[in-house]
Design a protein around this ligand. Sequence first.
Ligand SMILES: [Zn+2]
Length: 214
Amino acid sequence: MKIKEEVLASVIGMLLTDGGISVISKNKLEVFLTSNSEALRESFKQNLQILFPNLNLKFQTVHGRTVKKIRVCSREVGVEFLKFSTTFRTRPCNTFPVCPKFRGVPERAVPHECNSLNGFPPATLPSFIINGTPAVKRVALRSAMTCDGGIEFHKIVHNGKEYLQRRLLLRCHNPNLLGQWERVFVACGFKITKTINEIRITGKKNNLKSSETK
Ligand SMILES: [Zn+2]
């Protein structure tokens, strides 16, 4: 059984990638994960049930045009997560989903926190992950990479033999957040390269599973 911090880290890894929190109305917050993977949607749901055993959470699966979304509308759950990051939007202010402060008004007319971050919302990795135990860090990395990551295969030649080398990667367009993910990868001992919008694990030890402590 995972400890609660690991469950929390897993959900936050999802919310900062393919998930999010939207304001539906004054008293309603929607906490969601957009994913066509039923296993991922189920894991999101189960983790929230573990974290909030006393709330009778009602989950809905919404079928979008191309992608499914699981959501729960709960102010309590939303407020709890917003303590860790003031927003879970990671895309620039003027792209979808549009920053609430940007909507309908020229960007320069509205001073707000995204302006100081080149138009990127101040989504952040919580310190309990950045400074967390190796297990907490790995859970967060794995969760984020499962949502918004990938695997690349590269042909390498070693001692005259050809091998396929597997490279894991995490995509993230938000430069601040990308820098924070980088710190977590490095703290876990991974060799990485960072581009403008992704982090690739380049070292030999590129398997999150084999480096697990349990
Ligand atoms: Zn903004």
